[in-house]
Write a protein that binds this ligand. Sequence first.
Ligand code: ATP
Ligand code: MG
Length: 548
Amino acid sequence: MIADNFITDIIDEDNKTGVYDSRVQTRFPPEPNGYLHIGHAKSIVLNFSLAKRYGGICNLRFDDTNPIKEDTEYVDAIKEDISWLGFSWENLYYASDYFDKLYEYAVFLIKDGLAYVCDLSAEELKEYRGTLTEPGKNSPYRDRSVSENLQLFEDMKNGKYKDGEKVLRAKIDMAHPNMNMRDPAMYRIMHKEHHKTGNKWCIYPMYDYAHPVSDAIEGVTHSVCTLEFEAHRPVYEWFVNHLDFLAPPKQIEFARLNLTGTIMSKRYLKQLVDSNLVDGWDDPRMPTICGIRRRGFTPESIRDFCGRIGVAKANSEVDYAMLESCLRDDLGEKAPRAMAVINPLKVVITNMPEDELFEIELENNPNDESAGTRTLELTRELYIEKTDFEIDPPKKFHRLKPGGEVRLKGAYIIKCEDYKTDENGEVVEVYCTYDPATRSGECERKVKGTIHWLPCDYCYNAVVNEYSSLLLEGEGDLLSRINKDSLTVHNNVKVEKGLALSKGGDRFQFMRHGYFVRDTKNGGLVFNKIVGLRDTWAKMNKNNTEGK
Ligand code: ATP
Ligand code: MG
């Protein structure tokens, strides 16, 4: 459930006065010109949750008024992403469904003397528009008669003119202090095939006209959008008020989501895809919904995140670490634990016969007893993490070192007796003895370190992809700030046998490493790292509140 915010205050007030008969209807209106990103998730959660809170409805409407950039590939992806986030729209609409109606309404405005066909070229339009400090000039075509405008507009529709030759404009006020009110364009000529209407139209409505009128046609009550549309609100109101809708919708702006180290703009993300800087829209480093899905984020964690960031009127930037923190909170509860050795080093337990095998029982999730246990084989030859052994370790190194002891997770304490290096001085094998009296749960003796391990003959090879931020800090061209080292591939990973049975999308906590997801695209045993275990954000915020 969505917390109280300035939008719920507005709705509460409207319900009191009864402007909309206590009806609440919202919509999520993406333009199908790219894939959704995590910023859109904020808008989705907000629109759907508002409707739910008030027992109203939320529709999905594709704002498909610009045929140049739009495509059904995007339509399908957007639907999939919204469903994955856990929301279902009441009705599915397309702004292009209203092309006939929008045309009729435009004719209506012409008849009322509120719209006219203008022949100024793009450069002239710009020149006539004035500036922030100077008023604009009336177009010489502004006083065309209604009948002439009707004829010209019809001719525009019938393909008599070339792209850019004429536009239909609302007749508002060329001296208005808000430049958006200086006779905004309503229709432009574009001889372009549309993904839904094909070649039926060669004139297309502009956003400033199509959006408010589509909202009004559908019966939207509260049209929630991001702050950059604030200066367009008077235009929004002008159209819905001049078209005599009974209870015209109202536009309410909120701050868009910005995330540290992340650029959220479909246009920019498309550049990354088109220039092959990433592996498609669903590259796990992308802030797209399909990217973070493939990265392993859960819909629950994203909804939780959107709830926690709240809804405000002022733009701000949210720390990416907060999103990661939400994922840890979610998966800490439900991800099964597993052991994976990312950089293996062989350990031989010299006092264990070759054919000896201990069955070691391990908890699947210490936070959830009902998750049960699993069994790993402890044998003479094991893998441990390379970084868990040092010949000459620094102080406070609680892992394995010559003469030192560690506990193998869930099993025995082992002691390092010797090791072997190759010609470069690299350790290639470690020789240990185990103490049979120290089985986990059956012995009091404690050692400082516990490490994860895998039996050499009872594990699988896997690949692990580890990611860091796609965007480097700094100024300048975004494409030049791309972090070329943002993907590290570990090719020689060992994972416990149970993981061979996992499916794409299954998530695990790899002990001492973090959260991982089985990749959905690659057929083999490939795991993507979602986040590490250390929650710097939660820690930081705990310190902050403690300091207060
Ligand atoms: P982009 O600039 O990335 O293309 P957009 O705003 O053009 O985004 P639309 O498809 O027009 O994308 O957006 C659909 C809805 O999502 C709009 O209501 C828009 O305000 C909202 N939205 C887009 N980006 C964000 C964001 N970063 N945070 C919150 N809402 C957003
Ligand atoms: Mg847009």
